[in-house]
Design a protein around this ligand. Structure first.
Ligand code: BMA
Length: 334
């Protein structure tokens, strides 16, 4: 559907309440369930394993303040979690100095061509956060490729297939002009180039002004890559992390087709509003139900817990058709 360019700002696009439905069992994972002493668990990558169970690769912050990754598995995706009895992937600063202050915020992409999961995560180096990549078949052993995007850069995920023969990685480098989403290409997952701006943070008073970043890996639909992104609003009492929606061209993923103006999900529940960092919802992963439409979105809540919300791909696309704009889609002109 084509949205007229002169369409006015839709300030009534408030149907977000019903777009993402919080699970009644939220938060579904907290530090209290951990088999070893930690500070908190949040921002988990997610995937559905071959046997239909859900795997979360959780960011776990220890009591020094440094993060590692730990796997939790569940048959139904919301309770009965089997948590690894010790860290699944620890920072390895001896061999990977960029991991000196921990590893954070993993995103998981299953890549059919490689028959492996590609995990991209933030490595917290002396120079700031960078993007690292590792491959795994089973979330027990990992082949690390090391840092692939130098600091400051984070919020990355790989697309599950090549585009025009090249692997494509979405990421968020920091620049003095703003923190925008970029996409880069590689022939081998090690050497990256052909960097393209994908989505700009807006400016001024917008909810997604100055700093945005990819949330879970993009969702491939017949209409395009459906992308949840987070916007960071700086306020006098701290930052507000909320979620927005955009759609990108399937074969040219740097081309934005539609972008919503208002956020579709923000911190409202107690466990999202108050924690180690107040007012944060931060999804890093999703799984798709067998119906091919229902998304299970796993998000960190207030940097303290993992919560689950459900959404319909059809519903999200309908919302974008009704509320998305082509005009204000990519560049932050306003
Ligand atoms: C971002 C990331 C996330 C974190 C969020 C809120 O910059 O570091 O891991 O959840 O800040 O603290």
């Amino acid at each position: 559907m084509t949205v007229p360019a002169e369409k006015p700002l839709n300030i009534l696009s408030v149907h977000h309440e019903s777009l993402l439905i919080r699970h009644p069992g939220n938060p579904i994972l907290t530090g209290k369930q951990w088999p070893y002493p930690i500070n908190s668990v949040f921002n988990a990558g997610a995937t559905m394993l071959a046997d239909g169970s859900t795997l979360l690769l959780c960011r776990v912050e220890d009591r020094r303040g440094l993060s590692h990754l730990c796997a939790a598995r569940s048959r139904n995706g919301w309770d009965g979690w089997q948590i690894d009895s010790e860290p699944t992937l620890m920072p390895d600063p001896k061999n990977y100095p960029e991991e000196i202050w921990g590893i954070e915020d993993p995103r998981i992409t299953f890549v059919p061509e490689l028959q492996q999961y590609v995990v991209t995560y933030t490595s917290y180096s002396r120079g700031g956060p960078g993007v690292s990549l590792a491959l795994t078949k089973d979330f027990r052993t990992f082949e690390r490729y090391g840092v692939i995007m130098s600091p400051d850069d984070k919020d990355s995920a790989l697309l599950p297939r090549r585009i025009d023969g090249y692997w494509a990685l979405i990421h968020r480098p920091m620049t003095p002009l703003g923190s925008h989403m970029w996409i880069s290409y590689s022939p081998d997952l090690r050497y990256w180039g052909r960097h393209r701006l994908m989505l700009e943070a807006r400016r001024g008073a917008w909810w997604d002004a100055n700093k945005i970043g990819l949330s879970p890996p993009p969702i491939e639909t017949s209409r395009g890559w459906l992308v949840f992104y987070h916007g960071v609003r700086h306020t006098p009492s701290g930052c507000l992390y909320r979620l927005g929606l955009a759609l990108f061209d399937l074969e040219k993923p740097e081309k934005c087709l539609l972008r919503g103006d208002s956020w579709i999900f923000g911190p409202e529940a107690e466990y999202e509003r108050h924690g180690d960092v107040d007012d944060v919802v931060f999804p890093c992963g999703y799984t798709m139900d067998p119906d091919g439409d229902t998304l299970n979105i796993y998000y960190g809540a207030a940097d303290c817990a993992i919560a689950l919300a459900r959404a319909s791909v059809r519903g999200l696309l309908e919302w974008l058709d009704a509320n998305g704009s082509c005009e204000r889609r990519q560049r932050a002109q306003d």
